[in-house]
Design a protein around this ligand. Structure first.
Ligand code: HEM
Length: 408
């Protein structure tokens, strides 16, 4: 690779390789120094720009007028050939403009800070049940396995899904996030997932209750605020959005805390640090790893605030969240975990702009209660394997831990 990758005949392949133990790709730091806006070749062979400075990433993600998430045009660049999550134009993340705002408004009242507060007892009860099960399962226990159980339980309740279906739901979610599964399997998973949600809405219409799913059905049937297809895709979006993110945040957060024991001990002594610790742990070791972020299309020429260059109208730009989180101009000594970092600038791990994570308050509450419960119940929690020996996923959008064996 030449010193300035922008000068290469074929721009470097993206995503860049992660560092050891799924740490941020070292290439981000190199590019920040020599070419903070550069062109890359995506796995599909398409090209896109990649920005690696915090200020630029924040600018791009926040500017919904000049950057669009609608990449549905046949000639728009694509990251992967077979990635359902990015292909489906009907899920919130891939929508733009008025339709996106209309669907967000319908969901907004169910995801306020107040609603997250009200759900605390239910979340606590779910955590207690999950950790009871972990304790009874014996040592070592796979904390990754139990990390999934919390969000799936809560998703099932929100959407009136029988808990015995949770395992199947997670399989569909991982198909949605996989770019390596054969196309026929993906198409089958997508069709089955859709049929499942259609059947779920039918059952719920026959026996309505007072869960979020009922609120969505009523927005469709009584107020005609969304189409039947949008109802089904919104339910799918919530199933996809709320599970992997939480499970991987718990596992990566615990991975950091158990490797750097002083951090665990600090939190043992002072629980008031937990909310700040969660933001910092998400910044330091974000749930999806190096390729997490979304592409956006420039609708006009945009000069970046850092002076890194100009994105031309019609160009796609990728904004890796972990590159923003490791920019030393925003977070000095970014590889250090510090619970006393200032609240600003934003770590952007929940995004920025109109697509800002809808589940942010719920997520923070889940993580805060889970971390508190783990500190209370398992003060001696330790990794049961050397960190270097742990296995990580390959072939999915978002690198995840495949196991997190712990003893206590
Ligand atoms: C620690 C956990 C979580 C993280 C790190 C996270 C992160 C994100 C990020 C980065 C985005 C995209 C923002 C953008 O591009 O500007 C997003 C969007 C979204 N998240 Fe989360 N999320 C988490 C948990 C949740 C939960 C628990 C739910 C729901 C139950 C949820 C629902 C959504 C939805 C629906 C969107 C799409 C919003 C839109 O496009 O308008 N997320 N999240």
């Amino acid at each position: 690779m030449s010193e300035n990758p922008q000068a290469d005949a074929t721009p470097a392949p993206f995503p860049f390789p992660d560092g050891p133990m799924a740490s941020p790709p070292p290439e981000f730091a190199r590019r920040r120094a020599v070419c903070p806006l550069s062109e890359v070749t995506l796995p599909t062979g398409d090209r896109a720009m990649v920005a690696v400075k915090h200020a630029d990433i924040q600018q791009i993600m926040s500017d919904d007028r000049r950057f669009s998430r609608d990449l549905s045009a046949p000639d728009a660049p694509r990251l992967f050939h077979n990635l359902l999550m990015l292909e489906d134009p009907t899920i919130l993340l891939n929508m733009h403009g008025e339709d996106h705002l209309r669907l967000r408004r319908i969901l907004a009242s169910a995801f306020t800070p107040r609603r997250a507060e009200q759900r605390r007892p239910e979340i606590q009860e779910s955590i207690d049940a999950v950790l009871d099960e972990m304790e009874q399962s014996g040592r070592p226990a796979d904390l990754m396995f139990f990390a999934y159980k919390l969000p799936t339980r809560l998703t099932c309740r929100m959407l009136a899904i029988p808990e015995e279906d949770a395992e199947q739901l997670l399989k569909w979610v991982s198909a949605w996030l996989s770019f390596s599964m054969p196309r026929e399997e993906l198409d089958k998973a997508a069709a089955d997932f859709n049929d499942y949600v259609v059947a779920l809405t039918r059952r719920r219409r026959a026996e309505p209750g007072d869960a979020l799913i009922d609120h969505l059905i009523s927005a469709r049937d009584v107020d005609d605020r969304l189409s039947e297809e949008e109802l089904v895709s919104t339910i799918r979006t919530l199933i996809i959005g709320g599970n992997e993110t939480i499970a991987n945040s718990i596992s990566r957060m615990m991975f950091t805390l158990l490797r750097q024991r002083d951090l665990w001990e600090t939190l043992q002594k002072d629980r008031s640090l937990i909310p700040a610790a969660i933001e910092e742990l998400l910044r330091h070791n974000p749930p999806g790893g190096g390729a997490t972020g979304l592409m956006r299309l420039a609708t006009e020429d945009v000069e970046l605030v850092s002076g890194a260059g100009t994105i031309r109208a019609g160009q796609a730009v990728f904004t890796p969240l972990v590159a923003a989180a490791y920019d030393p101009e925003a977070f000095p000594e970014p590889e250090q975990v510090r619970f006393d970092r200032p609240k600003s600038p934003s770590t952007m791990q929940f995004g920025a702009g109109r697509h800002f994570c809808l589940g942010v308050h719920l997520a923070r509450t889940e993580l805060e209660l889970m971390l508190t419960a783990l500190l209370d119940r398992f003060p001696d929690l330790r990794l049961a394997k050397e960190p270097e020996d742990l296995r990580w996923s390959d072939g999915s959008y978002g690198v995840t831990m495949l196991e997190l064996p712990v003893v206590w």
